[in-house]
Ligand binder design. Structure first.
Ligand code: COA
Length: 222
């Protein structure tokens, strides 16, 4: 597959390529089947990195069935062809009594995965950034992430975002302290979501049109 099929790269008037724009959108019930397809397409080793254990297909299905869109936030990045290529799951939980990193009642944990064909283009970092800004705006000041200490890519993203990393027995727990919400963070998230929603609708309509044309009599593939 041509990498520009994932995100078309913009060229400026000098013919130079700039970085593709990545839109992160909040996903909902109607995306559940896309989320499942995204996870099922992850290789065994990536499922291990994402979930901390190797999850067989049946367990992945259970995990996706159990996603509660009213309690947690699930963010996604769509490819040019309306395929879900990145998923970030922000799960909220009550703070444990042992937790000394915060005195808020709620903490958040973030998990992320990006399809192989879309890696190295900033999708993982954008999803992480969106998760962090959402926490700020939801009055959560501590964002946790759990990953294997061999996961250098994720550790790089987390460190770049300013996360403190604690390593223990091959596991790395990272947490990021977040600033309180302000007008800029609230506006930034709202604008990001609106732009991403427009991008999502355009891609969904284009995909539906392509499907419709393919089903026109006489155009069916033999
Ligand atoms: C981790 C993952 C989400 C990253 O997604 P991605 O879209 O490729 O990430 P990005 O493109 O935003 O960023 C990758 C960064 O890591 C860096 N990187 C890549 N390989 C690296 C390595 N071996 N060591 C250190 N840094 C590395 C890149 O240079 C880039 O940094 P930069 O932006 O400063 O140049 C993706 O690899 C994935 O889905 N892995 C499987 C699941 C997983 O590990 N999830 C995390 C645990 S919840």
């Amino acid at each position: 597959m041509n990498p520009t099929d994932i995100f078309p790269v913009n060229s400026n008037h000098l013919g130079n390529h700039s970085k593709p724009t990545i839109y992160v959108k909040e996903l909902s019930e109607k995306d559940r089947h896309r989320i499942l397809r995204h996870f099922l397409a992850l290789e065994e080793s990536d499922r291990l990195l994402r979930f901390g254990t190797y999850l067989p297909d049946a367990m992945v299905e259970k995990y996706v069935e159990g996603l509660d869109f009213s309690r947690d936030k699930v963010f996604g990045v769509m490819s040019h062809h309306f395929r879900l290529v990145g998923v970030g799951h922000l799960a909220f939980a009550p703070r444990s009594e042992k937790d000394e990193a915060t005195n808020k009642d709620t903490v958040a944990e973030f998990g992320v995965s990006v399809s192989k064909t879309a890696r190295g283009k900033g999708v993982g970092a954008k999803l992480f950034e969106r998760g962090a800004i959402h926490c700020r705006n939801a009055d959560v000041d501590t964002l946790y992430m759990h990953c294997l200490s061999s996961n250098q890519t994720m550790i790089h993203i987390a460190k770049k975002a300013g996360m403190e990393i604690h390593r223990e027995y091959g596991e790395a727990d990272a947490y990021l302290k977040l600033l309180p919400a302000d007008a800029v963070s609230v506006l930034r998230e709202a604008v990001q979501e609106q732009v991403a929603a427009i991008d999502y609708t355009i891609k969904a309509n284009a995909r539906a049109a392509v499907k419709w044309i393919r089903h026109l009599p006489g155009l069916k593939e033999k």
